[in-house]
Every structure is written in structure tokens, then in C-alpha cells.
Design a protein around this ligand. Structure first.
Ligand code: HEM
Length: 450
């Protein structure tokens, strides 16, 4: 037994952590960065002055938690409990056998041949949006990217028959509920008030309305049989490996909404940062335009073509290094453990800290600088694999990684090919990390057709 304390890692005194809890609510990454710079790659503190936490940017530590001894680290109750209340139990928030069963089935939807067959629909959705894109006025990038990815993810999940208005209602409901979940996490003492004031019920009602939209689609697809090769088809038809039966309607509803949550805001935030970084480093816009011309000529952007955009891919990888949408992964230690020599008692919150890992000077030269050449094959040699983890690692690695990369490359390449763009304002934009790493304020751009 480790006597309930972590005694052998650099730590922030409890009183200091308590004093920092206000800053932690406003911008946890800023506080984590302060601790990291003060204490090094692995440190401990009491989250909110109360909860024992160990944070690490050490690839060996992260390897142990996400791969080596992963059975001892469940997703933390912070995520799971609050999510179950609104989203039910699906792939994202289950464990053990139940998780493996869902993962096996859903993984089929993300295989390379599926991605390829989804591509034409994604390209059509984007072409439609770009036709209506008005470049005469300034554009707020986060809003635009939320709109683009909502439609692309939404239509890949539910097919073309899901209308844009319905998708927007689902998207708005998801954002409202996410914001409410964050409030519950950062202000747990207000929980009774949320219930008494009717706020909890108001959010449940919103969820029920969104559920009804999705259920209508599920039922219609059941009755009509299937046409399109979207996720709904897969979820409705694929049998479990053990029972040979497909998922229940209720489970299809949960999984499709969870995929929508996991796949929409992550990509839209990443894309916002990619455009922001490109606008701050316009030489890369020109280089990307040259690359796209070389690979695709004047022809359409194709699935195969995207695989050959190596510079564009490096830009994307570097943007995900500096601004990983998931800035951390949270786990809870089920039993006492020892990670890289650090005693971790059962119940400790264990945090592979992605944002800090991507800026750890032991892994990256000049970590604050935007430099896509880091991802050239020769420059990657010798870097620990778990020094770069925007999609997580181990068996719970992002299931949608290939889809996300395909979508993001398609969107960036399409805009870069058709437009030059610049920021309206030179002032650097800060970060506002909630569940995901969002920009701290609007990112306004001017687009000029080429
Ligand atoms: C830039 C875009 C994205 C990023 C950075 C991202 C990042 C991540 C990360 C870090 C995890 C691991 C979380 C953990 O271990 O606690 C994860 C899991 C997951 N992601 Fe993504 N993701 C992205 C896009 C997508 C898309 C497009 C989808 C699906 C449409 C998706 C679906 C999921 C699911 C279902 C999980 C849970 C997997 C499991 O627990 O087995 N993600 N993602």
C-alpha cells in the first residue's frame, strides 16, 4: 500500500493548488504549463485543492498508462458519469468487455475501404458549402468550420436524407449540453442548484428532442431498407461477433450521437487552428497551393490525391502538435501502481497531458515554433512514438483518426486551392481550453478568390 500519497514526484503544495483553483477553472492549460515549467515532465498536485492528481508529459509514463498496464486505468469518473447522464453508455464511456464488443463492431465502419466509399459524399457536401461561401465579407473561422464539419460528419453518420436544419438542431443541442457538462465538472458544488432551478431538466428536454430526430431517421431507415453506405447502415446491420444479432435501436441512437460528439468539435477546432497557423505563416499557403497543383493539376480533389499531399499533411500534423483539440487524457488508477518509479495510489487521477507533451523540450527542439518540417521522415527518427499523441494511443486510440485526417485535408486543400486568405487582426489568439482546446475569441479572416 502507498498510504494514499504520492511522495516521490515533484509536487505543488496543497495550499498553492487550492489558491490556483480559480485560475484552473478559467484556463487549466495555463496552470498546467506553469507547473510543468516549474517542476518538469511529471508532477503531482491536488486538483481543485482536493483531488490527488499526477500529470505527465513523459512518453514512457504515457506508454505505461495507455498501453503497458492499461487495464489498471479506466477513463475517469469525471468524464464517464456526467456523460452517461446525457449520452447513455456507448463506446466512448464504457470499459472492459462491453467496450471491446462495441469497439470491434464500430471499427468496421472506419476501415480504409469504408473511408474511400464515404469520400464522394463528403466531397459533395463540401462542394455545396463552398458554392454558397461568401468571401466578400470577413469570416469567423470557428463558426465556419463548425458548420462545415457538422454537415460532413452528420451526413457520413446519417446519410443525405438528414436535413441541414435537423443537423443544426442536433449540433446546437450537443454544444449546449457539452457546455452544461463542463459547468457541472468545474462547479460540482452547484449540482443541487442545477437540479432545483430546472436547468438539469431543461437540458434533458433538449436531449430528448434531439433523440427524437435521430430515432425518426433510424426507424425510417429500418422500414425503407438501406440505400446509402453511411454509418447508420453499418450500425443497423452489422451483427455482434458473439450473438450474431445487430444493435438495438436504443444502442444505435447512443453510438451515433456519441460519434457525432466525438467527431464534430474535435475536427472543427483543429481546422480553425490550421487556418490560423497558415494565415500567420503564409509561405506555407503558397507551398500548399503548389503541392496541390502538382498532385491534382486542375482536376477534382480525389481520395487518392489526398494521400499524396505530403507537405499539407505535415502542416496538419504540426497544427495538431501545437493545438491538440484534446489537450489531455484523463484516467483513474484502479489499484495502487508504480509508474516510471512513481507511487500512484488507487483512486489517483492520472493525466497523460497531450498539450504539454507536444511542447516538452526534452522531445521537441524549439517547441513553441510552428515548423512542419519536424514531420519529415528524416526528422522524425529517434523521437519517441508517444511524444506525439493528438489522437491518443493504445487500444482506445481515436477510432475516427483516418476519417478526421481525410476530412481535414479535404477541407484545407479545397479552401487553399481556391482562395488566398489573411487574418483581419495581427494580435495573437490565445487558447480557451474547456473539454477541448478552443481559440480564446473570434478568428476573423478575409478570403480572396485566386
Ligand atoms: C482532429 C480530430 C480528432 C481528434 C484530435 C481526436 C482525438 C481523440 C482522442 C485523443 C481520443 C482518445 C481519448 C481517450 O483515450 O480518453 C479519441 C477517442 C475517440 N474518438 Fe477521436 N478525435 C478526432 C476526430 C474523431 C472523429 C472524426 C471521430 C468519429 C466520427 C472520432 C471518434 C472517437 C471515438 C468514438 C473515440 C473513443 C474511442 C474508444 O474509447 O474506444 N474522433 N479521439
Amino acid at each position: 500500500m502507498f498510504e494514499g500519497r504520492i511522495t516521490n514526484a515533484p509536487h505543488i503544495p496543497r495550499a498553492q493548488a487550492f489558491l490556483d483553483s480559480g485560475d484552473m477553472i478559467k484556463n487549466p492549460v495555463q496552470v498546467f504549463e506553469r507547473y510543468r515549467k516549474q517542476l518538469g515532465h511529471t508532477f503531482t498536485f491536488h486538483f481543485g485543492g482536493a483531488r490527488r492528481t499526477v500529470v505527465s508529459t513523459n512518453p514512457a509514463f504515457i506508454e505505461y498508462v495507455l498501453r503497458g498496464n492499461r487495464e489498471n486505468f479506466n477513463k475517469s469518473d469525471i468524464q464517464v458519469e456526467r456523460m452517461v447522464e446525457f449520452q447513455g453508455k456507448g463506446l466512448v464511456n464504457s470499459h472492459g468487455e462491453a467496450w471491446l464488443r462495441q469497439r470491434r463492431l464500430l471499427a468496421r465502419g472506419f476501415q480504409a475501404d469504408r473511408m474511400k466509399s464515404l469520400f464522394p459524399m463528403q466531397a459533395d457536401v463540401l462542394a455545396d458549402i463552398m458554392k454558397g461561401f461568401d468571401s466578400s465579407d470577413s469570416v469567423e473561422m470557428h463558426q465556419l468550420m463548425v458548420r462545415v464539419t457538422l454537415r460532413m460528419v452528420g451526413k457520413s453518420l446519417f446519410g443525405r436524407s438528414m436535413g441541414d436544419t435537423e443537423l443544426e438542431q442536433i449540433g446546437d443541442t450537443i454544444s449546449t449540453i457539452q457546455a452544461f457538462i463542463v459547468r457541472q465538472i468545474v462547479q460540482p458544488y452547484k449540482m443541487p442548484w442545477f437540479r432545483i432551478s430546472g436547468q438539469s431538466e431543461k437540458h434533458q428536454q433538449l436531449r430528448r428532442e434531439a433523440d427524437q430526430i435521430v430515432l425518426r431517421h433510424i426507424k425510417a431507415r429500418r422500414e425503407e431498407g438501406t440505400g446509402e453506405s453511411d454509418f447508420l447502415k453499418l450500425l443497423l446491420e452489422t451483427p455482434y461477433h458473439d450473438t450474431g444479432l445487430p444493435m438495438s435501436e436504443e444502442q444505435v441512437l447512443i453510438e451515433s450521437l456519441q460519434l457525432m460528439v466525438a467527431g464534430n468539435e474535435t475536427s472543427s477546432n483543429a481546422l480553425t487552428w490550421i487556418f490560423y497557423l497558415l494565415a500567420r505563416h503564409p509561405a506555407y499557403i503558397t507551398q500548399m497551393q503548389e503541392e496541390i497543383q502538382e498532385v491534382m493539376g486542375e482536376g477534382e480533389i480525389t481520395y487518392e490525391g489526398l494521400q499524396n499531399l505530403s507537405l499539407s499533411r505535415r502542416v496538419l500534423d504540426e497544427a495538431l502538435r501545437l493545438y491538440p483539440p484534446f489537450w489531455m487524457i484523463d484516467r483513474i488508477a484502479l489499484t495502487d501502481d508504480e509508474i516510471c518509479g512513481i507511487h500512484v495510489p488507487a483512486g489517483t487521477l492520472v493525466v497523460p497531458y497531450i498539450y504539454g507533451t507536444h511542447r516538452n523540450p526534452e522531445i521537441w527542439d524549439d517547441p513553441e515554433t510552428f515548423d512542419p518540417s519536424r514531420f519529415e521522415p528524416a526528422n522524425k527518427k529517434g523521437r519517441p512514438a508517444l511524444g506525439y499523441i493528438p489522437f491518443g494511443a493504445g487500444p482506445r486510440v481515436c477510432i475516427g483518426k483516418n476519417m478526421a485526417v481525410m476530412q481535414m485535408l479535404l477541407i484545407v486543400a479545397s479552401f487553399v486551392r481556391s482562395y488566398d486568405f489573411e487574418l483581419e487582426n495581427d494580435t495573437p489568439v490565445g487558447i480557451r481550453p474547456m473539454m477541448l482546446l478552443r481559440p480564446d475569441g473570434p478568428i476573423k479572416m478575409q478570403f480572396r478568390p485566386r
